[in-house]
Write a protein of this length. Structure first.
Length: 158
């Protein structure tokens, strides 16, 4: 069974790959249409890569592997990737939403890699709901003069 987790001849392998491609692609399409730095390719690769790492952690479990350590390292590593997209320009902080999207894409990939495909799809739908649905509330707040509350300035809703 551990070998089946990463066997391209197994149906479950391709379900995992397809779900990661679909989820990463859906979030990436939203980001790309807005001209953000983490578009479709980046989003798909984050989701798919995380799913593979989690699968690998599960596959090596019988020979002394620990999938929780793999997950912990993915979470730390993805933080560095997310931090790389955050920029400070004058009194504005940009890229925070993109960093959060990178973080949630890793979580989606981890769910998918661990075999929780429906949870991964649900997390993707919730992410898209936030990215697409909250914008109306943000625009209303801007019209009323409310602004983001960054520690040292305005946080730009990238």
């Amino acid at each position: 069974m551990p070998n089946e987790l990463l066997d391209p001849g197994a149906r479950d392998f391709w379900l995992m790959v397809g779900t990661a491609l679909l989820c990463g692609g859906a979030v990436g399409l939203e980001r790309q249409t807005r001209g953000k730095v983490a578009g479709m390719r980046t989003s798909i690769l984050i989701c798919l890569g995380t799913a593979f790492f989690i699968r690998l952690g599960l596959a090596i479990l019988p020979v002394g592997g620990d999938p929780t350590r793999v997950l912990g390292q993915v979470v730390s590593g993805i933080g560095f990737l997310g931090a790389g997209v955050i920029l400070a320009r004058g009194d504005k902080i940009m890229g925070v939403t993109t960093a959060a999207v990178i973080w949630i894409l890793a979580a989606v990939g981890a769910l998918i890699g661990a075999g929780f495909l429906r949870a991964g799809l649900t997390a993707t739908l919730l992410t898209l709901l936030v990215l697409l649905g909250i914008e109306g509330f943000e625009n209303m707040a801007r019209r009323r003069g409310l602004r983001g509350s960054g520690m040292h300035g305005q946080v730009d809703g990238d």
